[in-house]
Ligand binder design. Structure first.
Ligand code: THU
Length: 138
């Protein structure tokens, strides 16, 4: 093992982060998660101040499941809002980090996106650059 830190750096939480996180919590109520029973909600803030929410939507063909974060991002982008400023993720779990696929999708639009998520029972804010170093790009 090296002495490298295991955790991404965290930034101080703001009142706006907490408000966005509450929107993510609310969005998780609309999750369709009969297979995992792991509802997730996401709330996305744009530079223009709009909030788009999403929840995970599962399928009997498990691989077709869409995570809450991607639901929110695709909803925003398809409505013409790709100026992403921050995203909050909620699940009733000690830790609910955005998955690698969602990090890559976030990076498409905002490589330094502010990400608010639960880590070891605490809410933290991280820069996507710390959560996804060396993400794929063309
Ligand atoms: N899930 C999300 O919605 N976001 C993530 O970042 C990771 C996982 C969902 C997918 C699936 O419906 C359930 O959580 C369990 O993996």
């Amino acid at each position: 093992m090296s002495g490298a830190p295991r955790y991404a750096a965290a930034m101080p939480l703001t009142d706006d982060d907490l408000a966005l996180y509450e929107r993510a919590r609310g969005a998780s109520a609309n999750a369709y998660a009969p297979y995992s029973r792991f509802p997730v909600g996401a709330a996305l803030l744009t530079d223009g101040g709009r909030v788009f929410t999403g929840a995970n939507v599962e399928n009997a063909s498990f691989g077709l499941t869409c995570c809450a974060e991607r639901t929110a991002i695709f909803t925003a982008v398809s409505a013409g809002h790709s100026d992403l400023a921050a995203i909050a993720v909620h699940a009733e779990a000690e830790s609910a980090p955005p998955c690698g696929a969602c990090r890559q999708v976030m990076a498409e639009f905002a490589p330094q996106l502010r990400v608010i998520w639960r880590r070891d029972g605490q809410l933290v804010a991280s820069s996507l650059g710390d959560l996804l170093p060396d993400g794929f790009h063309l």
